[in-house]
Design a protein around this ligand. Structure first.
Ligand code: ADP
Length: 409
């Protein structure tokens, strides 16, 4: 769109004509060229003088648009105006033409020094601000990541792990409160571990003395007291079993214990599983097997034994008559299932049975008789060796436990 308006153009034309008339016969007139050669250029305007104008347009491709006060006005293809004025008291006509639009952008915006300066200044400010914001943020991100790693290691059992407190706020405060909490947790865990391990050890000494005294009394005792002495031996065995299980569970769950460090080796699981089942007392229970041959796995045999033995023992203990054991290979894992046709475990108790001392049948009887530690030990051993234990209803009507062993590359 033309910014110069036609009225402004005509006013300019009137002005130049007026000036020409006033100066034309004077010395050093601005319009010497026009007078001498009939042609003169003033910045964006071209002035011409035509004698005896024959009404032809002042340019090749311009159209007449109107006549105002004997002034004929034209416009060309580029939208530039021309006007032909009669010069008073002469046979001449004064042609006044635009040779460029005064307001048109001759210089591209990106070549304008002012625009370039403003843009450079803006970019510089944005860049400096970005760097000023990014660097501290990056620093904060690194410190947060280190703090998270510390937390993760602590959560995985490295109770001695502490966060770096020599960092700026706000991470410093977080680290300090985390370290306080970690100190408290570590001391409590250590105390409870000492407690859990010390009690069974302390119980064993008087227990062995009771056993000795019982054996001495049995020698001197009447035949009718034999049953009572046998009972005392059974109770002593019970307490011995209980203390051994508590010690084992305590060591398995002790977060920094190196006692049960896992030692992986290649095990032919098909052979191993069969030998474990053979070694356990069956109590006249029918055991069926579906074992895929030659499955070799890298795992810790002690941990595998704790998991397999506890599950198979339970199945034999809680089944009515039948236990089925299978070993199958899947794409990314190997699955051992132990299922029975017992009364099963209610779905709502699936989590609870893995807690220490949890028994569905609260009254310990001679058949079941457990302390509720078998599944807790199996679960702790599985956790230590990165196995998973799953539980669901068996198709035999009892419970099915599955041991999931990831196959390593
Ligand atoms: P326990 O020494 O009492 O067997 P566990 O920790 O091995 O202790 O098992 C916890 C409880 O879970 C058991 O007391 C029993 O009630 C239940 N349980 C475990 N295995 C089975 C099973 N195969 N069938 C039914 N109940 C089971």
């Amino acid at each position: 769109m033309r910014k110069a308006d036609i009225d402004v153009f005509l006013k300019d034309g009137d002005f130049f004509l007026d000036q020409y008339i006033k100066q034309k016969d004077k010395e050093n007139s601005l319009y010497d060229d026009l007078e001498n050669s009939n042609h003169e250029v003033f910045y964006i305007f071209t002035l011409k003088l035509i004698s005896h104008w024959d009404k032809s347009p002042p340019c090749h491709s311009c159209d007449q648009i109107f006549i105002k006060n004997s002034t004929v006005v034209y416009v060309n293809e580029s939208g530039l105006y021309s006007a032909i004025y009669p010069v008073p008291n002469s046979n001449q006509h004064f042609v006044f033409s635009e040779n460029a639009d005064f307001f048109s952008d001759e210089t591209a915006w990106y070549k304008e020094p002012t625009i370039i300066f403003i843009l450079t200044l803006t970019f510089s400010i944005v860049f400096i601000l970005s760097v000023a914001i990014y660097l501290p943020l990056r620093q904060l991100q690194k410190q947060t990541q280190t703090f998270q790693q510390t937390q993760r290691k602590f959560g995985l059992g490295k109770l001695s792990e502490r966060a770096n407190e020599q960092v700026p706020e706000p991470i410093k405060k977080l680290s300090q409160s985390f370290n306080k909490m970690a100190d408290e947790i570590e001391s409590r865990v250590i105390q409870s571990q000492i407690f859990a391990q010390a009690i069974p050890h302390e119980v064993r000494t008087p227990l062995s003395r009771i056993q000795l005294v019982n054996d001495l009394l049995r020698i001197k005792s009447q035949a009718e007291n034999t049953e009572l002495h046998d009972d005392i031996d059974t109770y002593i065995d019970d307490i011995n079993n209980l203390t051994s299980n508590i010690i084992m569970l305590s060591k398995l769950t002790s977060m920094e214990s190196s006692f049960y460090e896992t030692h992986k080796s290649n095990i032919n699981m098909s052979v191993y599983l069969r030998s474990r089942v053979e070694s356990l007392p069956k109590n006249n229970i029918r055991i069926t097997r579906d074992i895929t041959e030659d499955i070799v796995l890298r795992c810790d045999s002690t941990m595998a034994r704790l998991v397999i033995d506890n599950l198979v023992k339970n199945a034999i203990k809680y089944t009515h008559s039948h236990v089925h054991i299978s070993l199958k290979e899947h794409q990314e894992y190997v699955e051992i299932t132990v299922e029975d046709n017992g009364s099963g475990i209610p779905r709502c108790k699936y989590k609870e049975v893995f807690l220490p001392f949890s028994r569905l049948d609260k009254s310990r009887n001679s058949k079941t008789g457990g302390f509720g530690l078998g599944l807790a030990i199996a679960s702790a051993a599985a956790h230590r060796s990165h196995l998973a234990i799953e539980i669901k209803e068996s198709t035999l009507s009892g419970t099915q436990f599955s041991i999931i062993i990831p196959t390593e590359s």
